[in-house]
Design a protein. Sequence first.
Length: 142
Amino acid sequence: MINYRLAYVSDAQELKKLNELFNPKKCMTLESIESLLQESEQVVVCVATDRNSLVGFSCSYILKFMCYTFLYGEITEFFVMKEYRQQGIGKHLLMFTEDELNKRGVKDFYVLTGQKNIAAQSLYMSCGFADALEILYQKNNK
């Protein structure tokens, strides 16, 4: 049975392994993940578990802006292990993540995904997300 909950600092090792599957080129250290999990005010990490093993995660940030009176939630990472996909786990994890952000006062959500990641786009649209018709620019200062 799949369960959904907030991540614990003790999940850091398993989160590191999932992150390596999700993003093998830019993985954080174990210590960095542990530190991130302790920053509970702005960072919200949710997990899906199967028999106490992590099978998916979402990482969100709560953003405050000077020009707006409300909080934004940005889901920056979202991953479900390949063998657990197409079973509704991603949808439930996304709903759980939204609920956790709502509890913290977030009403507007953003999620970024790759242009070619059609499966993720379908998931987000099925959960009520819509194309924001905005363009994201990126600059890497090396």
